[in-house]
Ligand binder design. Sequence first.
Ligand code: ADP
Ligand code: MG
Length: 504
Amino acid sequence: MGAITGASPAVGSFLIHRSNRRRTMRARMAVQSSNAISVAPILTGLKNDCATPLPVLRHVADEMTADMRAGLAIDGGSELKMILSYVDSLPSGNEKGLFYALDLGGTNFRVLRVQLGGKDERVIATEFEQVSIPQELMFGTSEELFDFIANGLAKFAEKEGGKFHIPQGRKREIGFTFSFPVKQISIDSGILIKWTKGFAVSGTAGKDVVACLNEAMERRGLDMRVSALVNDTVGTLAGARYWDDDVMVAVILGTGTNACYVERMDAIPKLQGHVSPSARTIINTEWGAFSKGLPLTKFDKDMDAASINPGEQIFEKTISGMYLGEIVRRVLYKMAEAGALFGDSNSDKLSKPFVLGTPDLCAMQQDNSENLEVVGSILSDVVGVKLYCHCMVKSDLTARKMVVDVCDTIVKRGGRLAGAGIVGILHKMEEDSRGLIFGKRTVVAMDGGLYEHYPQYRSYLCDAVTELLGVEKSKNLVIEHTKDGSGIGAALLAATNSKYGHDF
Ligand code: ADP
Ligand code: MG
């Protein structure tokens, strides 16, 4: 990693036409020294503001635990909604038959079918397709979005064959993974509270999203039935639990972020009425809305103010894939404007929100080349920064290192805070059931594009968890990637909640 510190000049070597050489050199030297003064303090300030030493992490974890309790006490008692999933029985491994899953997550929607063969055969076959959601549908009407989804599902269902088969007279059942905050009413219905992750679809908030999908399927003449509405974290937990009984928590780090966990019914005061002490359910925390104790910068606050949901989803805006690139872009833009990080090259493109994606940060952090070639080409292609237009379109190495350092600062904060959030959940569970979390093997199932593809983010997350728990407790904890668990998980929950009952 190209971490650099101190007041290095931001502009170094350059090529100049001979005739202008002296004059330009003097001008450049002046820019260099002023850059050294103006860029370095921005980076130093950023690092200070983003710092996550152990006391900060501890505070965040404690606040997470406290907010979880407040959200379980009464509806609206905390930023964390602590939503009941209505998933009271987790997959056992005995599930049999053909089930579909549909996953509306943010960047893409995915359709999947799985033929389940019970304890011995398990997953006999699975197939999926992924469709990216056209930008305009994110700002369109509810009907347009759901028609698009029903259409994709219908096309996929038409291709069913081979190892997949459904008994005569039976409707195909779907587990619908819907990764936005929903007030679940039953296992197969739920009201959209609000769109997040950049969606601003009109006419869905306040409606049952299963009804929206059913209506669209009817319009399309598609005879399928949603038998489970599942948050993606809940799907991930169910999918991981199918293979491993020790899975107690699931966390998604993708476009957005969320977490769920297995809770005791008698630890949910807002669930009125008698519940047996042994009964368990899954709670969807909606932890993206958390905000307490987070080390935030001016860049975060500006990004939030410019977002379509200002003041909301602050944890999500600090740690998830949709936003990390944008925070870095804002820092780089400030460094380019105020500190001439990229010399006098034009930073118009860099002024455009969201031009820099989290996958770009990731690619830059994997660049092991001596001259940081990948960083150079991303700066040139994505951000439009070309230092020396008349020659070889290269930004200076020191500036490149500084860019990587900014990425690392933002990604480190994100990963470590995500780790603190996980510890907050584990502490809450351990407090209520001594020894049942840290006294035995416990698995946290992780999924989402950010966690999957960003190795530095992953290791910062794990470091923070180990720092907070200490070596002994960490030994029993397994943080593991459950790839596409939510798809299979949703299909498994469709099986568990099939209207045809269980023949297993
Ligand atoms: P969703 O959250 O929309 O369901 P994913 O879990 O696939 O979808 O996550 C997609 C997100 O993951 C992207 O928006 C991006 O922020 C992040 N991501 C994808 N690829 C990479 C990558 N190579 N490096 C870092 N982040 C990535
Ligand atoms: Mg997803």
